[in-house]
Design a protein around this ligand. Structure first.
Ligand SMILES: [Zn+2]
Length: 236
């Protein structure tokens, strides 16, 4: 009997531990909530403005494709850059800034930023800040968590550095057809939206091909594209 009772207790503990881990997993990927500090996934506004955010890189392939399209549409966007990659391509960071766009901090190593030693988070933020500062643009004020993952240490470090954590409310479509990809983004976008796109790497051809269609669709919907920082501060 005692052995059976022990087995039951063991099973109960396992179930509770699994439920706890699942809850932590869900909290870690929540777009509009953190356990330890603010996060912006969109802005409540009546103004017909949205932010277009490009994650990762910079790469020459992505920057060469994206900058002329944004320019042709008079759109200013936000690029969340990986410190380690920005360090290797300071020319690309400078081109983004010189074209009037905003750069944000997307961590140094693009690793999952949960269950790390306390000092890890601050170091990831500081090293990236130092690289982005060399582009001589306005100091980056925004941080986007890699994979959207965060629990407690990261939000605390982001706040300590005086940064604002930004996620998104318009998810990147999985469609491989550029027109469908663009249509899905435009259908979800509304005043105050923050749109996520990944245009930087070889496998991101759909996002690059879809960008002009996204910009045309947003314009047809009466939505103007402004940097995320301006959206959050209700200007631009
Ligand atoms: Zn990323």
């Amino acid at each position: 009997v005692n052995r059976r009772r022990a087995a039951l207790w063991g099973a109960a503990v396992l179930v509770l531990a699994a439920a706890g881990l699942y809850a932590l997993y869900e909290v870690s990927r929540a777009r509009c909530f953190t356990l330890a500090g603010p996060v912006a996934c969109r802005v409540e506004t009546q103004r017909p403005v949205v932010a277009l955010t490009f994650d990762d890189g910079p790469t020459a392939q992505g920057v060469d494709a994206v900058l002329p399209v944004l320019d042709a549409h008079g759109a200013r966007a936000t690029f969340f850059l990986i410190g380690r990659e920005a360090q290797n391509r300071p020319d690309l960071v400078r081109r983004i800034v010189a074209s009037g766009h905003e750069v944000g901090n997307h961590s140094w190593s693009h690793s999952r930023m949960v269950f790390r030693p306390r000092g890890f988070y601050g170091q990831e933020l500081r090293r990236t800040e130092a690289v982005l500062d060399r582009a001589r643009g306005p100091a980056p004020r925004l941080f986007r968590p890699p994979y959207g993952k965060k629990l407690i240490g990261l939000p605390l470090a982001v706040r300590e550095r005086g940064l604002t954590m930004v996620t998104w409310d318009v998810e990147e479509p999985t469609a491989t057809d550029p027109q469908r990809y663009a249509d899905e983004i435009v259908a979800q976008a509304r005043p105050g939206s923050i749109i996520l796109m990944h245009p930087m790497y070889g496998a991101n051809g759909t996002a690059r091909a879809a960008l002009p269609l996204v910009l045309e669709g947003l314009k047809a919907k009466g939505l103007k594209v402004i940097p995320a920082g301006a959206l959050l501060e209700n200007r631009g």
